[in-house]
Design a protein around this ligand. Structure first.
Ligand SMILES: NC(=O)c1ccc[n+]([C@@H]2O[C@H](COP(=O)([O-])OP(=O)(O)OC[C@H]3O[C@@H](n4cnc5c(N)ncnc54)[C@H](OP(=O)(O)O)[C@@H]3O)[C@@H](O)[C@H]2O)c1
Length: 272
């Protein structure tokens, strides 16, 4: 059976990827920081799907953490599918964030994606097979979350996946790289970053399993970018093509007292 590695597998979208891939018969390597959650997940997957599961405890915000995963990616048996899923958000509006937190966000959302792709891609090209899914976000098209740096990090993931995935060398080798752009999905992401989304209408929420099913379908179809659900496909099209002034009133502004963009707003929310 082919081997898949999923980062950020202990909850949310990563956990759904691990479950879905195990059910499809893939052996797995699951990566995150919390050892006991990884062990519990591995036990469940072995019992439910009778697959081989390795656990790597690694903090992907550090170079050492990335290296421990890179070492596994360059060893045998080969990883056929890499899912760069681990990601974080920050609650405070820029510039009221700490440099250390901003650098941690870049390290997890950007540097880890770059390093792990860098580690696994040469062998995939040489073998003439392999798949990489980089989890970006619907906000990569901006300007949905003003005053935060999260969309910028996810725009990097999208641009990186498009640029490398569409390159002649990667395509001719039969390797596929796809950016996945989920919309709002109920996971631990917003709670961890202290962002209250309880007022978000129900229709805006996606289901983790459906996000993963749509992603794997699009990957098999050879898509370079996957936006699960028709409503978010339409929204992504709008964000990409409509003029920015039309979109600003729909944006969240984490620095504004109301939380939304307002023309002429001149007061900013103070850091808490
Ligand atoms: N949920 C949404 O609405 C949404 C929308 C668009 C895009 N996304 C993207 O989807 C991806 C998955 O997020 P999610 O919503 O499923 O969030 P989640 O439930 O918070 O899961 C995040 C995962 O990443 C791991 N992780 C966090 N920091 C890490 C680090 N420094 N090193 C290694 N692992 C780390 C966490 O495990 P440990 O804490 O055990 O390390 C956890 O397994 C992210 O890239 C996110 O940006 C989410």
């Amino acid at each position: 059976m082919s081997l898949a590695l999923v980062t950020g597998a202990t909850s949310g979208i990563g956990r759904a990827f691990a479950r879905r891939l195990a059910r499809a018969g893939h052996d797995l390597i699951v990566v995150a920081r919390t050892r006991h959650r990884l062990e519990e997940l591995a036990e469940d997957l072995r019992r439910e799907s009778d697959v081989h599961v390795e656990v790597i405890t690694a903090d992907l915000s550090t170079v050492e953490g990335c290296r421990s995963v890179e070492d596994r990616l360059t060893a045998t048996p080969f990883v056929e599918l890499l899912v760069n899923n681990a990601g974080i958000m920050l609650r405070e509006p820029f510039p009221y964030t700490d440099d250390a937190d901003e650098e941690r966000l870049l390290a997890v959302n950007v540097r880890a994606v770059l390093r792990l792709t860098h580690a696994v891609l040469p062998a995939m090209i040489e073998r003439g097979s392999g798949r990489i899914v980089n989890v970006s976000s619907f906000s990569a098209h901006g300007p949905g979350a003003l005053a935060t740096t999260y969309p910028a990090s996810k725009s990097w993931v999208l641009a990186f996946s498009e640029a490398v995935g569409r390159s002649a060398r990667v395509r001719r080798a039969g390797v596929r790289i796809m950016a996945l752009l989920p919309g709002f999905t109920p996971t631990e992401l917003h709670e961890r970053s202290g962002i209250d989304l309880t007022s978000l209408p129900r229709w805006m929420w996606l289901d983790t399993d459906r996000v993963v099913d749509a992603a794997l379908r699009d990957l098999e179809r050879g898509r370079n970018v996957s936006v699960p659900s028709v409503r978010y496909k339409l929204a992504a099209w709008g964000l990409r093509h409509l003029p920015r002034p039309l979109l600003l009133p729909l944006s969240w502004d984490f620095s504004a007292p109301s939380g939304f963009w307002r023309p002429g707003a001149d007061r900013v929310r103070k850091p808490v």
